[in-house]
Design a protein around this ligand. Sequence first.
Ligand code: IPE
Ligand code: IPE
Ligand code: MG
Length: 245
Amino acid sequence: MGVVMAVPRHVACVMDGNGRWATQRSLPRTAGHEAAEAAVMDVIEAARSSGVTWLSLYAFSTENWRRPAAEVDILMRLVRRAIRKHAPVLHARGVRCRFLGMTDPRIPAPLVRDITDLTTLTSDNRRMTLTVAFDHGGRRDIVEAARSLIRSAMPPDQVTEASFAQHLPYSDTPDVDLVIRTSGEQRISNFMLWQVAYAEWVFPQVLWPDFRAAHFWECLDAYRRRQRRFGEVRQSTTMTGEGLR
Ligand code: IPE
Ligand code: IPE
Ligand code: MG
């Protein structure tokens, strides 16, 4: 009741601000995506060493396909390069990697192959689960779950929040405890809608390519100071006669 676990079990990051980071430096937007890699690796290590066991990173949304083809193309290449470069170290550090979304046929086949390889390589790791939301849309996941549920022919009165959630992709994923969105934007942008229902949010005023372990720890500190209530009345503020005197 109103209890905050010292370390959030599941942290999710909306990695935002790459384009602005590059524009501030008179560089093409893609330079910002390139610079994002260092932040990603820093945050993975910071999360792992802090005892966070689930980390989700929003890398590409279903809406990001609306961007210029050249930017999308370079993003895909950068993701592939990063996977090939970092797969061995992620595996060595016990990180289980998986990708949430990944349905659009426009994702280049070599990237799909590398993602499959990384997922297979790391599937038995348990130190931390890294979910990369890639070609992800929260609404699409919910619609897919509804389709799967209908196919299962479950009687309507057996459809509960818990049984519905079992039809979501990667249904073993626990609810998100803390969402970090960098760059100052304050919106969900269709991110893991089901799983963030009761998450705490922080909005560090840092562009993603500048985000480092120290910023991550500040976010964990902010989380620790939050009082999660889940709709309840906290014991210490209950309006008992005692409390009113
Ligand atoms: C986030 O940075 C990365 C992706 C969405 C792929 P942006 O590219 O959205 O950067 P801004 O918001 O334009 O600065
Ligand atoms: C959300 O960022 C998606 C990712 C970080 C991958 P966007 O920059 O695409 O979101 P909007 O357009 O500001 O909502
Ligand atoms: Mg953005």
